[in-house]
Design a protein around this ligand. Structure first.
Ligand code: PBG
Length: 335
């Protein structure tokens, strides 16, 4: 006597063993990249108030934390620098004695197999907080506010990327959203013999409210205006595919979508369009949101972390840049 329903998906959900067997997306520590903020000093672990559990680190402490990450199976870190001095053109970004360059050298010395990535941008290094250099476009009114000029910024970004490569970075990750910067950086690296250094391009980076805690951590909030003149409009998805195609054409080795959760649809479309590795950045605001709710007792923190990171992988990310990397790796190790 056959009765409806004959198809019962619940049969494959009955036991943990069967659920494990039919699971489509499995999270691994190998998927994670751990972002770290570095600044000059020694023995420094300054808590970042809006990112509980994250710190501004001196190079030696960055090495100590990276060692922990590596021991947990996390293969890569991404470095952001907080300079002591800022100026109009972000000179410190390319200074071989700045925190990022020092930390890269220290990391490659201490953990030669760790993949060291560096964020390439000017916003942490400019006194105005924009990701490029400011000026007046030809034809602009004399009293118009200055704009971020594209092509003059490219030279500065390439110099920064080169200084990271000289320090030993494995991957440089331009996050400025200037047009043509991937090609420009690629040529600058190749011209000096750094053709082995890979470029992870922040290809589809949106003008997002979710970078707030990062900007507090890095002191990189624009003094005037915002980043909508260079970062993408949240309403656009087709444009993300154009941005990705441009960066692939210019020589990007991997492309990124950022932020992650509010743009999972974009991530899935990018995944379907390119065959390069795709990364997604689970950004500071996404981290803060989850941590705040967990602290208030409104979410089960551990489950929320793993579910969130799984969703980013399921949507198509090969690499997930996340401040939860160490916690997630720990959870996976004990699961
Ligand atoms: C630098 C940069 C930012 C982030 C990564 N690189 C800040 C921004 O664009 O304002 C954000 C990362 C995060 O929020 O975790 N341009």
């Amino acid at each position: 006597m056959s009765q409806f329903p004959s198809v019962r998906p619940r049969r494959l959900r009955r036991t943990d063993t069967i659920r494990r067997m039919v699971r489509e997306t499995v999270l691994r520590a190998d998927d994670f990249v751990y972002p770290m903020f570095v600044k000059a000093g020694q023995g420094l672990r300054e808590p970042i108030p809006s990112m509980p559990g994250q710190f501004r680190l001196s190079p030696d402490e960055a090495v100590a934390l990276a060692r922990e990450a590596w021991a947990l199976g996390v293969p890569a870190v991404l470095l952001f620098g907080i300079p002591e001095e800022k100026d109009a053109v972000g000179s410190a970004a390319a200074d071989p004695d700045e925190a990022v360059q020092r930390t890269v050298r220290a990391l490659k010395g201490a953990l030669p197999d760790l993949c060291v990535m560096t964020d390439v941008c000017l916003c942490e290094y400019t006194d105005h907080g924009h990701c490029g250099v400011l000026g007046r476009a030809p034809g602009a009114a004399a009293d118009a506010p200055p704009e971020v000029l594209n092509d003059p910024s490219l030279e500065r970004l390439a110099e920064a990327a080169l200084s990271h490569a000289r320090a030993g970075a494995d991957v440089v990750a331009p996050s400025d959203m200037m047009d043509g910067r991937v090609g420009h950086i690629r040529r600058a690296l190749d011209d000096e013999g750094y053709d082995h250094v890979a470029i992870l391009s922040y290809a589809a980076k949106y003008a997002s409210a979710f970078y707030g805690p990062f900007r507090e951590a890095a002191g990189s909030t624009p003094r005037q205006g915002d980043r909508r003149g260079y970062q993408m409009d949240p309403g656009n998805a087709r444009e993300a595919l154009r941005e990705v195609a441009l960066d692939v054409g210019e020589g990007a080795d991997m492309v990124m979508v950022k932020p992650a959760l509010p743009y999972l649809d974009v991530l899935a479309r990018v995944r379907a369009t390119v065959d390069l590795p795709v990364a997604a950045y689970h950004v500071s605001g996404e981290y803060a949101m989850l941590e705040a709710a967990a602290r208030a007792g409104w979410l089960d923190r551990e489950r929320a972390i793993l579910e969130t990171l799984t969703s980013i992988r399921r949507a198509g990310a090969d690499l997930v840049l996340t401040y939860h990397a160490l916690d997630a790796a720990r959870l996976l190790a004990t699961a």
